[in-house]
Design a protein around this ligand. Structure first.
Ligand code: PEP
Ligand code: MG
Length: 753
């Protein structure tokens, strides 16, 4: 295959002439395969088109047996063609038959062709077909050849979408088994339930023209669109109280990506190759996607959503529809459906009208998820192609708790959810009414409830819940959304803002927990087999002390004249704590020498997240002011069970004699040393678990804001003395789980869970 024969531009021109001719559509498609095969010196060129959104049918071929046309059909995921369609990514194989997904279709006679290059035919982000070339020899197609084929696929997409080959009513929408299955399982990412009207985040822009008449004109259009894009980002940045904090960081990343010269050059090159400006943007984004999807670096993968967003914005500027739906008139109950969404885009919506977000992909650690949680907006992910099947304005229920969405639901389903929402609203109102009530058990034991936070957006929860303070402030978010390490001043301003917002309530800042599943752009890392157990948190900080020193300097400056509480994450041995504390002391001494004001009080704590540390408490505790149990990590290491792997995450119950006995031991040693201990992992946020932890002796919990109300109600209904005695007894058992017994206990003793 040699793409330079005639060059891609000439091929594109010929294809356009062919497609515009008066011949019947199928004849034109045959001619298209012939032209591609000849131009690319391939022995086979075949086009498969998605029928009914489910099956890929061979529509035209040059080189395979003609009788296979309309006979050979593959389901999505079946064979190599099905694999390309399902993944939306190209496949380039020198020995296709050796690939595990290869499926032999005898009617095609393809057994003599060894190498294969296949690319998806995409329309508005959806796979509508597959274009394949094959050769007899075992050869590897070059990058340029793969790119040229993708460009050709875009032109074919235009032809397929014209509706001349398959009726548009066969589009995936028609295949939705809506009547039978109106509900789809999704991944709950930010909790909450909403009923509303679907709003497509990106008004779908159909690219009408792919092949350019005048490259000069297309270049000028691209320049204009870039100017409009930059202006739009500037405007967004200034519109969102962006002076400090994570908002500014988010927009800094956007600005940096938008200014990426490499990106712009690749679009310009695609224009040189004969495409219109908008087709060139789409073309480069398809390439970006396939490159970034293959990378294992989670930071780069998260950037994909940002690049998708920027590309879509650029295309919209090119066709004169610059903004997302955020700038349109929204219904009062908007449920936003997005293929991808960056955090900045979420912030653009009018919060009073935004009821929920449904994402095609999405992940627990994506920035948009973190922001949605802070705003209290339900968000679900992994909705997949369902997103493309929902029409704007359709009614939709988002259950961000159980993880379901319902489209145009029957009235009984709506009624049932309305009842759930009403009950929830009443519960929330009841919690709000208890805001200032003491958190005290029936037998008079006070429990201190604090909230976990990480964004300025989280701070209003402190007042709203009546929490005692911030028991865990995760400082890494500011670093995760930054292109560079946040400057000293930026960090200082951010921490000051947090302390100001907290007022007299204490804030416990946790120093950076980056690395592992919390990637940052400015720190090169090797791929790790077990990132959770790898180079992260205090390990990074001690190996790169500048990071920690700057952060401590910023914290000391922000807390001058006030109280500063800080703690170090993922400490495994006493020596690490001593080293980290040593760095802090140097920073304190430096301030003193410079004559700068120091915090009025400084308390230094240590997180217990690694079981090894639990066996060094007698040495550690005399050195710390407090400890905090990070049960998310502590328990995954205790059970050797990856908390993010669904196959094993639920295998062991944390409410087991082993885990609870372990926590009881830690709490007892801390008590003996007179050192306060808090638990700040997810474990403390669930009522039954929190009841048990209090029964084990814990008196301080730091939980997500939404958990404060339910836990306060539980505590106020609990008679602690009875529970403590009962726990002493059941911790001796060898049950897999104590959940059943504890639930029965709560019911029998009137504890409100
Ligand atoms: C924990 O491990 O419990 C914890 C609070 O830290 P993170 O969830 O941020 O790892
Ligand atoms: Mg942790």
């Amino acid at each position: 295959m040699n793409v330079t024969t005639g060059g891609p531009r000439i091929l594109l021109r010929r294809l356009r002439e062919t497609m515009a001719s008066a011949a019947p559509a199928e004849k034109r498609l045959d001619e298209v395969t012939r032209l591609i095969a000849a131009n690319m010196v391939a022995e086979v060129c075949s086009i498969y088109i998605a029928r009914g959104g489910e099956v890929l049918e061979l529509f035209a071929t040059e080189g395979l047996k003609k009788e296979a046309v309309h006979q050979t059909r593959l389901r999505f995921r079946e064979g190599l063609v099905g694999e390309i369609a399902a993944s939306g990514l190209p496949l380039n194989l020198s020995d296709a038959q050796a690939h595990p997904s290869f499926v032999y279709k005898p009617e095609t006679g393809e057994e003599i062709f060894h190498s294969l290059l296949g690319v998806p035919i995409l329309r508005a982000g959806r796979v509508i077909g597959v274009l394949v070339v094959q050769n007899r020899t075992r050869r590897h197609y070059t990058e340029e050849e793969a790119e040229a084929l993708q460009t050709v696929a875009m032109v074919i997409a235009e032809f397929v979408a014209s509706g001349e080959l398959v009726s548009p009513s066969e589009a995936p929408a028609a295949t939705l088994e809506r009547a039978a299955t109106p509900s789809f399982e999704v991944t709950p990412l930010a909790e909450g339930i909403a009923i509303g009207r679907a709003v497509l985040h990106e008004p779908i822009v159909e690219i009408k023209a792919h092949i350019a008449q005048d490259p000069e004109l297309e270049r000028a259009r691209l320049d204009q669109a870039f100017i409009a894009l930059h202006a739009q980002l500037e405007e967004m940045a200034s519109a969102h109280d962006m002076a400090v904090g994570e908002h500014r960081e988010i927009f800094d990343v956007y600005r940096m990506l938008a200014a990426d010269e490499g990106w712009r050059r690749r679009i310009a090159d695609a224009i040189e190759g004969g495409l219109t400006a908008e087709a060139a943007v789409e073309r480069v984004q398809v390439e970006n996607r396939s490159r970034l999807m293959r990378t294992l670096d989670p930071y780069l993968r998260e950037r994909l959503a940002d690049f998708d967003d920027l590309s879509n914005r650029l295309v919209r500027h090119l066709v004169g529809k610059g903004a997302t739906s955020a700038s349109e008139v929204l219904p009062d109950d908007a449920v936003i459906l997005a293929r991808a969404m960056g955090p900045a885009e979420l912030l653009e919506y009018d919060r009073s009208k935004l009821k929920a977000v449904v994402l095609k992909e999405g992940s627990n650690t994506a920035h948009v998820t973190i922001v949605a949680r802070a705003l209290g907006i339900p968000l679900v992910g992994n909705a997949g192609d369902v997103i493309d099947r929902i029409a704007s304005g359709e009614q939709i229920i988002v259950d961000g708790e159980a993880g379901w969405i319902y489209i145009s639901p029957a009235s009984e389903i709506i009624q049932s959810y309305q009842q759930t929402i009403t009950a929830r609203t009443a519960r929330v109102a009841a919690y709000a009414a208890l805001k200032d009530a003491p958190v005290e058990t029936v037998d008079g034991v006070t429990i201190e409830l604090s909230v976990n936070a990480g964004l300025t957006l989280d701070m209003p929860h402190l007042e709203a819940t009546g929490a005692a303070g911030i028991g865990l402030f995760r400082t890494e978010f500011q670093f995760m959304v930054s292109a560079q390490m946040p400057k000293l001043d930026t960090q200082t301003v951010f921490y000051k803002q947090i302390l100001d917002a907290a007022g007299t309530r204490p804030v416990v800042f946790r120093t950076l927990d980056i690395g592992g599943d919390k990637p940052v752009a400015f720190l090169a890392r090797d791929a790790e087999e077990n990132p959770a157990m790898g180079w992260r948190a205090i390990r990074v900080a001690l190996d790169r002390p500048v990071l920690l020193r700057y952060q401590l300097r910023a914290l000391l400056e922000a807390a001058a004249g006030r109280s500063l509480n800080l703690m170090f994450p993922m400490v495994t041995e006493v020596a690490e704590f001593v080293a980290a504390r040593g760095i802090l002391e140097k920073e304190v001494a430096r301030r003193r020498e410079l004559g700068k004001e120091l915090p009025q009080s400084l308390r230094v704590g240590c997180m217990i997240e690694v079981p090894a540390l639990a066996w060094q408490l007698d040495r550690l505790l005399p050195l710390v002011d407090f400890v905090s149990l990070g049960s998310n990590d502590l328990m995954q290491f205790f059970f050797a069970t990856d908390r993010s792997n669904p196959k094993v995450a639920g295998r062991y119950d944390l409410l087991s004699p082993a885990a609870m006995g372990f926590i009881k031991h830690i709490v007892a040693v801390c008590e003996r040393h007179g050192k306060p201990v808090t638990l700040c992992g997810e474990l403390g946020g669930k009522t039954l678990e929190a009841m048990t932890l209090i029964g084990l002796g814990l008196r301080r919990l730091s939980v997500s804001p939404a958990s404060i109300g339910p836990i306060k109600v539980m505590v106020r209904s609990l008679r602690l003395g009875v529970l403590t005695a009962y726990l002493d007894h059941i911790l001796q058992l060898s049950d897999h789980s104590l959940r059943g017994r504890l639930t029965d206990f709560a019911r029998d003793h009137g504890v409100i869970l």
